[in-house]
Each structure stands twice: as structure tokens, then as C-alpha cells.
Design a protein around this ligand. Structure first.
Ligand code: G6P
Ligand code: MG
Length: 217
């Protein structure tokens, strides 16, 4: 049996959520907008443009188009300075074990991320060659929870959506997987990701037996 396994990137493969948080936090502070970790949770899986719109709404601030773009670029430059220092040590625990298991069992593997920096990050952590298809923020027009990113990944893998499994850490991403008709696996908090078909704290808690069962389904 061959299935399509689609991985989100930020928060699933690498812990870049902390870098997004730092960069947004500094930006919000410079605009005198309070910014908490709970608000940051709402930005997970959300595109760069949509994230800035949300932050400005929270601060009841409006910016000209020019200032908006400059602000977004500033955030990304800070973020890039963090990720430029990333190494393989920042791959989340047991991600490589799961990727290797999927390869050994001839499964198809794709990336489905909202990030425009996805390829840079995969290069940094030397995981690019695992992915047959990469769909990222540069290839999609509709952000998660729209299923576009995952449907494109399934198409790239040439696997029907109902034969695909998605690993996601964000609420928007789980909703996207569900509306694509795929099996959704939450990586993170059960309460936050309650809409997922299954939830694991992280990959260390996901036995190979579980993956075997998914493949058989
Ligand atoms: C992921 C992250 C979001 C981020 C988005 C866009 O979905 O979870 O926090 O805003 O990607 O990332 P980018 O690297 O393009 O700014
Ligand atoms: Mg994510």
C-alpha cells in the first residue's frame, strides 16, 4: 500500500515557531502593540500577510500599503537572520525516524507549508531530499484553513486526497487537512487540536505500529 504523507514544516519538522514569535513580538513592540504567546498561537499556519493584518487589528492600527510592506519585510529580515543560523540540531525529535520509516515502506512524502522560506529551512536542516513534492507559500493563493496547499501536494504526489495523511501543529492546518478529505494528525496539544483525527504531543509518542496501521487503511 502506498499513501501520501504530507508534512507541515514550522512546528512539525522544526521549531521555527519560536523565531516567528520573536520577530513578530519585536515588531509588535515597536508599534506599541501588546503581543502574547496566546496571540502567537493564532498566527501558526497563517501566512505572513494575514499575520500582520491580525496583529494590526489587535492594536487597532492601520498602515499605508507602503508601510505595511516595509513592516512585513522588516519582520522577515529578522526571521531570516534567525533561520540562517539553523542546523540539523533543530530538527524536532523523531522526525527523521518517521521520515526514514516512510521511505523504507515506499510511501510518498510531500511538504505542505504556508511559509515562503520553506526551501531555505529544508536546506539548512538538510532534509530536502526526503520530499518528492514541496508546496509552500510561493505556490499557493489561498491560505490554510483552505485545503489548496494540501490538495496541490496530493496532486504533486499523484495520490488521491483520501489516501493522504497530514501532520500539522496548527488549528488552521488541521481544518485544511479535514476539508481536503485527508487523515489529519495533530502534533501538539490535544485540547488545541481537538478537530484532528489523532493527536500526538510529538513524534516520539508516535509508534511505528501506528504508522503501519495508517498505511494499511
Ligand atoms: C507557517 C508558520 C506561520 C508563518 C507562515 C508564513 O505557517 O506557522 O507562523 O507566518 O508559515 O511563513 P513565512 O516564512 O513565509 O513568513
Ligand atoms: Mg505549522
Amino acid at each position: 500500500n502506498t499513501k501520501g504523507f504530507i508534512f507541515d514544516l514550522d512546528g512539525v519538522i522544526v521549531d521555527t515557531a519560536k523565531y516567528h514569535y520573536l520577530a513578530w513580538k519585536n515588531l509588535a513592540t515597536s508599534l506599541e502593540i501588546p503581543f502574547s504567546e496566546a496571540q502567537n498561537e493564532q498566527l501558526k499556519g497563517v501566512s505572513r500577510v494575514a499575520s500582520l493584518h491580525k496583529i494590526l487589528t489587535w492594536g487597532a492600527i492601520s498602515l499605508s500599503e507602503e508601510a505595511f510592506n516595509a513592516t512585513m519585510n522588516k519582520k522577515n529580515e529578522e526571521y531570516l537572520s534567525y533561520i540562517s543560523k539553523m542546523t540539523t540540531s533543530e530538527i524536532l525529535p523523531d522526525v527523521v525516524r518517521v521520515l526514514d520509516f516512510l521511505k523504507e515502506t515506499n510511501q510518498k512524502i510531500a511538504l505542505g507549508s504556508a511559509s515562503k522560506n520553506a526551501r531555505i529551512i529544508l536546506d539548512k536542516v538538510a532534509l530536502k531530499e526526503y520530499f518528492e513534492t514541496i508546496v509552500d507559500g510561493t505556490n499557493v493563493t489561498k491560505a490554510k484553513p483552505d485545503p489548496e496547499v494540501f490538495l496541490n501536494a496530493a496532486e504533486g504526489l499523484q495520490v488521491p486526497p483520501n489516501q493522504c495523511v497530514v501532520f500539522e501543529d496548527s488549528v488552521a492546518g488541521i481544518q485544511a487537512a479535514n476539508s481536503a478529505g485527508m487523515i489529519s494528525i495533530g502534533i501538539g496539544d490535544k485540547t488545541v487540536l481537538h478537530e484532528a483525527d489523532h493527536v500526538f504531543r510529538d513524534f516520539t509518542e508516535m509508534p511505528s505500529e501506528f504508522i503501519k496501521e495508517l498505511i494499511k487503511k
